[in-house]
Write a new protein. Structure first.
Length: 209
């Protein structure tokens, strides 16, 4: 009888361990290994349809953030083209969005941005082209997202900015992958084919979380 009791006790422990292990594996499977950089900064701006859009608008959605301006003659056309590629990849998923924030809001009014979106071939309901106060937007970029934007009277367009994309998860957290040394990459290169390939892979991962 003692042997039987021991056998039952061991079997029960093994069963509990098995249940716990399966539960742990499921929980791990539901979370990716993408690094959490931190919370997206709070913002509220106006989109191409003259609607107020904030970071709270995007809660529950995975989205990409960029800073650009519609008359940019250099890197913005490349960023726009790559963002269209990202849009088309996830166009059927209502839980994906894009936030394109203009650093030239004096020119880029809601009306101008609506024309720009149409010219690019934007079809996603969740792609918002955002405008507002320039000082506010510069602070949002440089201090909130730590993505450089600035003015430069020595160049044709008068503005300069980063070509990087930020990736935000459904809970409003900026996420990224790690490099081969284990360091977080923080952002994705919006001008590079590899950068676009990796951000598309990571969007898919976050949509499945």
């Amino acid at each position: 009888m003692i042997k039987n009791k021991s056998y039952i006790g061991i079997s029960f422990i093994v069963l509990l361990f098995g249940i716990w292990t399966i539960k742990e594996l499921r929980e791990r499977a539901s979370k990716s290994d993408l690094f959490t950089v931190g919370s997206v900064p709070n913002f509220e701006l106006t989109d191409q349809n003259n609607i107020k859009i904030s970071n709270k608008t995007y809660l529950g959605k995975v989205y990409v953030v960029e800073f650009f301006f519609s008359t940019c003659p250099s890197i913005c056309p490349i960023m726009n083209k790559n963002m269209i590629e990202i849009q088309n990849k996830f166009i059927e998923n209502p839980n994906f969005g894009i936030a394109s924030i203009s650093i030239d809001p004096v020119h880029d009014t809601s009306e101008k941005l609506k024309e720009h979106a149409k010219l690019l071939g934007v079809t996603s309901q969740n792609w918002h082209f955002l405008t507002g106060n320039q000082e506010y937007i510069f602070s949002l970029a440089n201090k909130g997202f730590n993505l450089y934007v600035g003015t430069n009277n020595k160049i044709q367009a008068g503005f300069e900015h980063s070509g990087l994309f930020a990736l935000v998860d459904k809970n409003g957290k900026i996420r990224c992958r790690k490099d081969s040394s284990g360091n977080p990459t923080i952002y994705y290169d919006g001008l590079d084919k590899i950068g676009i390939k990796t951000i598309k892979e990571d969007i898919k991962i976050l949509l499945e979380e």
